[in-house]
Design a protein around this ligand. Structure first.
Ligand SMILES: Cc1cc2nc3c(=O)[nH]c(=O)nc-3n(C[C@H](O)[C@H](O)[C@H](O)COP(=O)(O)OP(=O)(O)OC[C@H]3O[C@@H](n4cnc5c(N)ncnc54)[C@H](O)[C@@H]3O)c2cc1C
Length: 374
C-alpha cells in the first residue's frame, strides 16, 4: 500500500514510525525546510508513553524524557489545593508519564524513520481523491499519487481544508506563553507538575530533569481579544504570585518565550473522506489544558495503524470506518473535558478552583483515559 503522511510533527512522525515498525514504509512530507524545534516542552501521559515503548522497542526513546507522575494544583501563595496521580492505579502500565524537551523528542522520532523517508520543503496544498489513486499536490508544483493519504498537518490542516473546508478553528479566548529556563526554589519540585492558579490565570511548572534545575513553564491567561502579553507584561501579570515564582518569566529571555492564542477545533466533522484520513491535531485539536494533545494523537495513530494492518487487502474504507468508530467519539469527549477545565481555570477563576470543582472534571477525564486504545 502506498501511503503519504502529510506533516512531520509529533503525530505524523509517530504514525510513520508505527507503520514502518509493522512493515509499511510511508512517505512523509513536511512543509518546513528542515527540522523545526519550537523550543518548548511536551508532556506525554502513560497511555502515550506505553505506545512510545511499543514504537521504540527499548528504553532509548523513554530515557530521553523525565518521569512526572503527579499534578499538583496550588493557589497563588503556593499552598496545595489538590493533587492527582497521573497513572491510573488499576491499569498495569509499565510506563510513567514523561516530560520531554520537544526538539529532543522530535529528533528521536525522526531517527526511527529510514533515510529518505522524510522530505522537507513539501507543503501540501491540496489532495484529490477522484481518480484511481489519491493525488497530493504540493506548493512547489509537483504531484504524487498514493493509495491512502494521512493528514497529520496540524490544526490548520491543508489536507482537511482540501476535503472539508467548512470546519472552523476557534479561538478559545485564552493565550499561553511558554519557555524553558533553569530555575529552582524551595517551592518547586523535580517530580511533580505544579500548577499555580491566580486570578483567571495559571502558571504551570514541569521539571525536565531529576538532577538539574531545568524546567518548562507555561503561563496561560484570557486575552480578551487584546494583543498578547510581551515579557514585561507577563512579569507584571504574574507579580500576583508569591515570590520567587515570577522569576520563571524574569529569568527567561524574550526570544525564548513563545506566545500563542489557544485554538480549539469544531469536533463534529468526519475523520476520513474516501481515502484521505485525519490524525492528530488536524482531526481533534484539543485545548492543551492537561497536556493531552500528543497522547491523543499517539493513541489515535496507533488505532489507525491497527485498523489498516488488520483489514482485508484493499479494504481501506473498512479500516477507516473502524478507526473512526474506535476513536472519534472518545476524542470529542476528551476535547469537551479540556474545554471544561479551561473554563474553570481561565473564566471561573481562582475562587472557583478547589477539590470540589476539579474532581468531577478529573473523574470524566479518568473515565476516558481508561478507554485508551492500548
Ligand atoms: C501552548 C501549547 C502547549 C501544549 N502542551 C502540550 C503538552 O504538554 N502535551 C501534549 O500532549 N500536547 C500539548 N500541546 C498540544 C500538542 O502540541 C499537539 O497536540 C501536538 O503537537 C500535535 O501534533 P501534530 O503533529 O498533530 O500537529 P503539529 O504539531 O501542528 O504538526 C503538524 C506538522 O505538519 C506540518 N505542516 C503543516 N501544514 C503542512 C502542509 N500543508 N504540508 C506539509 N506539512 C505541513 C507542520 O509544519 C508541522 O510540522 C500543546 C499545545 C500548545 C499550543
Amino acid at each position: 500500500m502506498r501511503i503519504a503522511v502529510i506533516g512531520a510533527g509529533l503525530t505524523g512522525l509517530s504514525v510513520a514510525a508505527l507503520l514502518l515498525k509493522l512493515g509499511i514504509r510511508a512517505e512523509v512530507f513536511e512543509r518546513a525546510d528542515g527540522p523545526v524545534d519550537s523550543g518548548s516542552g511536551i508532556y506525554v501521559w502513560p497511555q502515550g508513553a506505553q505506545i512510545m515503548r511499543f514504537l521504540a522497542g527499548d528504553d532509548d526513546l523513554l530515557e530521553r524524557g523525565h518521569a512526572v507522575e503527579y499534578f499538583q494544583t496550588n493557589n497563588r501563595y503556593g499552598e496545595e489545593l489538590h493533587q492527582t496521580a497521573v497513572r491510573l492505579a488499576e491499569f498495569d502500565f509499565s510506563q510513567p508519564a514523561m516530560m520531554y524537551v520537544r526538539g529532543t523528542l522530535l529528533a528521536a522520532l525522526r531517527a526511527l524513520l529510514e533515510t529518505d523517508q522524510l522530505s522537507f520543503g513539501k507543503a501540501c496544498i491540496a489532495v484529490d481523491d477522484n481518480g484511481p489513486d489519491v493525488t497530493v499536490c504540493f506548493a512547489d508544483g509537483t504531484e504524487s499519487r498514493f493509495d491512502l493519504v494521512i493528514g497529520a498537518d496540524g490544526i490548520h490542516s491543508a489536507v482537511r481544508n482540501s476535503v472539508h473546508p467548512k470546519i472552523s478553528v476557534v479561538d478559545s479566548g485564552v493565550a499561553a506563553a511558554r519557555g524553558l529556563v533553569a530555575f529552582d526554589c524551595r517551592l518547586l519540585r523535580r517530580d511533580l507538575c505544579q500548577i499555580f492558579a491566580f486570578d483567571t490565570s495559571r502558571l504551570v511548572s514541569y521539571p525536565l530533569s531529576p538532577t538539574r534545575d531545568d524546567r518548562y513553564w507555561f503561563l496561560a491567561y484570557p486575552h480578551h481579544h487584546k494583543p498578547l502579553m510581551d515579557r514585561e507584561a507577563l512579569i507584571r501579570h504574574c507579580s500576583a504570585l508569591r515570590d520567587p515564582l515570577p522569576d520563571f518569566v524574569r529569568r527567561t529571555p524574550e526570544d525564548v518565550i513563545l506566545s500563542h492564542p489557544l485554538l480549539d477545533l469544531e469536533q463534529n466533522h468526519e475523520w476520513y473522506y474516501g481515502r484521505v484520513v485525519l490524525v492528530g491535531d488536524s482531526a481533534h485539536g484539543v485545548l492543551p489544558t492537561l497536556g493531552y494533545g500528543y497522547t491523543l494523537g499517539l493513541e489515535n495513530g496507533f488505532a489507525l495503524v491497527q485498523a489498516l494492518l488488520s483489514s482485508r487487502q484493499g479494504d481501506i474504507e473498512g479500516a477507516l470506518r473502524r478507526y473512526r468508530r474506535r476513536v472519534a467519539g472518545r476524542s470529542r469527549e476528551m476535547a469537551q473535558v479540556m474545554r471544561d477545565i479551561t473554563r474553570l481555570f481561565y473564566f471561573d477563576g481562582e475562587a472557583a478552583v478547589n477539590t470540589k470543582s476539579l474532581e468531577p472534571i478529573y473523574a470524566d477525564f479518568r473515565k476516558l483515559a481508561r478507554s485508551t486504545v492500548f
